[in-house]
Design a protein around this ligand. Structure first.
Ligand code: ATP
Length: 348
């Protein structure tokens, strides 16, 4: 039975309880073959639970999972045959790279020459040719993670599930491996579901991002949608809008908000009438300018190479995170401004 040429994976109100805790509360999602989906959210939001339910390692409490018209949540992990890559590579330390990668095919009792051929192909895909005779302990962290990926994909799974696969790698390797994972995904043509709490990783890898919170879907969208137009203020905060300021919104010809005592124009996300609101602004969109409407005093300023990252306090006690290309120092009086389309306003 091959599920590899499936058209769509469908999660239908997928739910999972642990005793009285509802860890997943009815996740509904359609994933097309070829798509790269990131499950993004803070610690404890249910990402790993969702992945384990997909893999067949955890039974659902209610709901269903479909691969086209075949219901698969009733199958065990072997019946689904999905590839799994975890953050701790979980390689067999006493087996060579080649043996590690071929493990799943040996379990399927494939002929020896087929195993040898497919292992070589997988090693080429993850760029580990010539490393086949080494033991995992003789490889770098990045190379070990490539072995784990090769082991997951060599069985040609319809779906590859990855749970924070890069979190044990240093920053430079993480960037390299991101590009590798994207390249490998594209050449496989299967679907990938990738769990991360790192918004940059989700933005750079995914075709679509599913933001989870408390076991529920908060927003599903493309990286550009989530970066530029989060649907809720908590999603905005998670996506890097570090300034979330309580304000009164006045809806007229323009949408007016008050930030640090200054009146500014903003962009409505879901405001339909004047009233209590939350204004969300990224630090990099709050810039230091001579004639900015907001006056504030610098509390801290850190040099970040390209620019300075600072926190400033306004007269009404609002703390604002900002970036500045010019040098600023603690105690300095500055003026800040933001473009109207960079101030997103949500009903409180
Ligand atoms: P992290 O990023 O920290 O791994 P997560 O988003 O992956 O978090 P989950 O591990 O899926 O979150 O956990 C979701 C919720 O379910 C949490 O409140 C967690 O404590 C709870 N939970 C997870 N596994 C179990 C379990 N085996 N028994 C009881 N509760 C669990």
């Amino acid at each position: 039975m091959s599920l590899r040429n499936f058209k769509a994976l469908r999660l239908d109100a997928m739910s999972r309880d642990f005793g009285s805790l509802n860890a997943l509360k009815g996740i509904t999602l359609n994933v097309e073959r070829g798509e790269f989906i990131a499950l993004l959210g803070p610690s404890g939001c249910g990402k790993s639970t969702a992945l384990n339910c997909l893999a067949g390692l955890l039974p659902l409490s209610s709901g269903a999972i479909w691969l086209d018209d075949k219901r698969i949540d009733t199958l065990g992990p072997e019946g689904r045959g999905f590839g799994m890559v975890f953050q701790n590579y979980a390689l067999f330390p006493h087996m060579t790279v080649r043996k590690n990668i071929g493990f799943g095919l040996r379990m399927q009792n494939r002929p020896k020459d087929e195993i040898a051929r497919r292992v070589e192909e997988a090693m080429r895909l993850v760029r580990l040719t010539n490393q086949g005779d080494k033991l995992p302990g003789q490889l770098s962290g990045g190379q070990q993670q490539r072995v784990a990926i090769a082991r997951a994909i060599v069985v040609e799974p319809p779906l590859v599930l990855m749970d924070e696969p890069l979190s044990n790698l240093d920053a430079k390797l993480r960037l390299e491996m991101r590009a590798e994972i994207r390249r490998i995904h594209a050449s496989l043509g299967c679907a990938t579901i990738y769990v991360t709490h790192d918004q940059d990783e989700a933005l750079s890898l995914a075709d679509r991002i599913v933001v989870l919170r408390d076991g529920q879907t908060r927003q599903i969208g493309t990286p550009a949608e989530l970066y530029g137009r989060p649907a809720h203020s908590d999603v905005a905060e998670f996506m890097g809008y570090r300034n979330i300021v309580k304000t009164a919104a006045i809806l007229g010809e323009h949408l007016e908000v008050t930030i640090g005592g200054a009146k500014l124009w903003g962009t409505s996300v879901d405001i339909v009438a004047s009233g209590d609101a939350l204004a969300a602004i990224r630090p990099e969109d709050l810039s230091v300018t001579a004639d900015g409407p907001i006056s504030a005093i610098v509390q801290t300023a850190e040099y970040r190479g390209r620019d300075f990252f600072g926190v400033a306090l306004t007269q009404d006690g609002t703390e604002l995170y900002f970036r500045s290309e010019v040098s600023v120092s603690q105690g300095e009086a500055i003026r800040l401004s933001a473009e109207p389309h960079r101030i997103l306003v949500y009903a409180a």
